[in-house]
Design a protein around this ligand. Structure first.
Ligand SMILES: C[S@@+](CC[C@H](N)C(=O)[O-])C[C@H]1O[C@@H](n2cnc3c(N)ncnc32)[C@H](O)[C@@H]1O
Length: 202
């Protein structure tokens, strides 16, 4: 799928995703909290979607969220209102970020690399805009390390990709390594389906 195809798919699903955000938080909230609670300074949330990450970030950070889908960003604005936060949201392609080099103290992203047409390019962009002493913090989903679960994922993979542009069998750590980021910490959960990665710019 192209960037435009993915954007259109999320325009169709934005309402549905927003309605079931509580389920998303139930499944992934504890990993988001653990991974993102310590960020400070200027923070970029890449592919912020409906703003699911926002409530896990300290109120003191200066937050910028970007997403390719204006429909998803509209829900993210509602989430900022609910949280009574005044932050910046912009429509942007993660693969071509319109920010200066080294301009964020932390770059965070959740459940996103699976939908980028070129995830390695997006990860290199995250590295480019992250300050040399900053961190890139990811909560990603991917192929399970339990063979029965992985086989089910493989069986569903093509249909899921055609519907939502999401690659359920991707390997997030492999992508991060291919992008050339320096991996500081990795953890997996839910039969290897969830991977949290802390990385630094090289
Ligand atoms: C599965 S949702 C995840 C949203 C949110 N980060 C979360 O954790 O719930 C994937 C998001 O990636 C966005 N996205 C996909 N391709 C993108 C791109 N090239 N640039 C920016 N955002 C993109 C979609 O619009 C969607 O909001």
């Amino acid at each position: 799928m192209s960037v435009e195809d993915v954007r259109d798919a999320y325009a169709r699903y934005a309402d549905w995703i927003d309605r079931f955000d509580w389920l998303n938080r139930l499944a992934t909230g504890r990993y988001r909290r653990r991974q993102f609670a310590g960020v400070t300074g200027r923070v970029l949330d890449v592919a912020c979607g409906t703003g699911t990450n926002f409530r896990y970030l300290p109120a003191t950070v200066d937050l910028v969220g970007i997403d390719i889908s204006e429909a998803m960003l509209a829900r993210a604005r509602d989430e900022l209102d609910r949280l009574d936060r005044d932050e910046t949201l912009e429509q942007m392609d993660a693969q071509a970020l319109e920010f200066d080099d080294d301009s964020f103290d932390a770059v965070i992203s959740a459940l996103s690399t699976c939908t980028f047409p070129d995830p390695v390019a997006a990860l290199r962009e995250m590295e480019r805009v992250c300050a040399p002493d900053g961190r890139i913090l990811l909560v990603e989903h991917g192929k399970s390390d339990v063979s029965l679960v992985a086989r089910y994922q493989q069986w569903r993979a093509d249909a899921h990709y055609e519907r939502a542009g999401c690659r359920v069998t991707q390997e997030p750590l492999e992508l991060v390594r291919r992008a050339g980021l320096s991996v500081d910490d990795v953890d997996t959960a839910q039969f290897g389906r969830i991977t949290t990665i802390t990385a630094s710019p090289e």
